[in-house]
Design a protein around this ligand. Sequence first.
Ligand SMILES: Nc1ncnc2c1ncn2[C@@H]1O[C@H](COP(=O)(O)OP(=O)(O)OP(=O)(O)O)[C@@H](O)[C@H]1O
Ligand SMILES: [Mg+2]
Length: 339
Amino acid sequence: MLFDGSPLVPSAVYLNTDGRVLVGRDAERHARMDPSRFEPNPKRRIDDGQVLLGGAELAVAGIFGQVLGHVGAEARRQLGGPPTDLRLTHPARWGERRRSVLVEAARLAGLPAPRLIPEPVGAASYFTAMLGTAVPVGRSLAVYDLGGGTFDATVVRRTRAGFETLSEEGLVDVGGLDFDHAIVEFLGRSYQSSHAGQWARLVAPADPGDRRQRRLLYEDVRGAKEMLSRTTSADIHLPALEVDAHLTREELERLVRGPLERTVGCLRQAIASARLTPPDLVGIFLVGGSSRMPLAAHLLHSELGVAPTTLEQPETAHSPAEAARTRYTRPPPPPPSPA
Ligand SMILES: Nc1ncnc2c1ncn2[C@@H]1O[C@H](COP(=O)(O)OP(=O)(O)OP(=O)(O)O)[C@@H](O)[C@H]1O
Ligand SMILES: [Mg+2]
């Protein structure tokens, strides 16, 4: 399924003034009107019980339910009927209480009771189905998941029934949002003396106008960061200062090298906890949007001696349902050509 032409729908929500909850790109667009009605990362609020949006308290399960309801409605519209099977993936370390929020959200959205799958287990089946990698029972692989909010390293082993988790490690302070903050701080070092007043309001907004500017800044910073995975330099417009700043990949890599080295150390630890060494693994699979940063794969390769395996769309790489579909729709191999 595509949502406005994309296989991903952001889980952002916006409580509209008419009481409706907008989801995904519509929510992101409305965030400009009143950022206090906007929650960009509901997953980060999983432990909060309630979330305050524009002065109203909404239950976290209700917010998740709105996101799932949006996906369910699109499924009905595009596929002609209600979903009959629901699989939801969750961070490997989520316990019973957090998982129960997902179950409640599915119920509120009028969807079937979900089958809950830990993300690295989903990733393992996705990668092996996509790549046609045969993983013999008893062999293991590692999943390196660098997303927006956190980093997770997991080692899973093939069993007769699927995959089981052998070890997991994580860093809660390394993710794409942290890289965005690092870039803003870096820009501040250049502009906070020459544009003191404007810069101070940008990073500590005093009114809705300032908050809008701050959102624009972070959107532009994120865009530039993502572009630097493909190019060697990018421009960032600084609203209010009316300045176009310049950032090179080298500068970005100096900012993120330390945190990325910690992710590699964390994965090394997970492999050791599983009583394995890197050459024992079938592969190291990269998951999560921030794993597109070329320095991540480079450090993994140089420090662990294993070239990691990547996919075009590392955000969807923990969905096992997608893998199942891929397995059925993959075209048959071409007949062998005469030599
Ligand atoms: N080309 C790219 N280069 C660098 N970062 C990227 C690129 N594409 C996406 N990202 C970053 O990936 C992050 C989103 O990744 P993803 O969707 O996997 O996160 P998430 O699953 O929502 O977060 P988490 O798993 O931490 O809760 C964002 O910070 C985004 O800026
Ligand atoms: Mg993720």
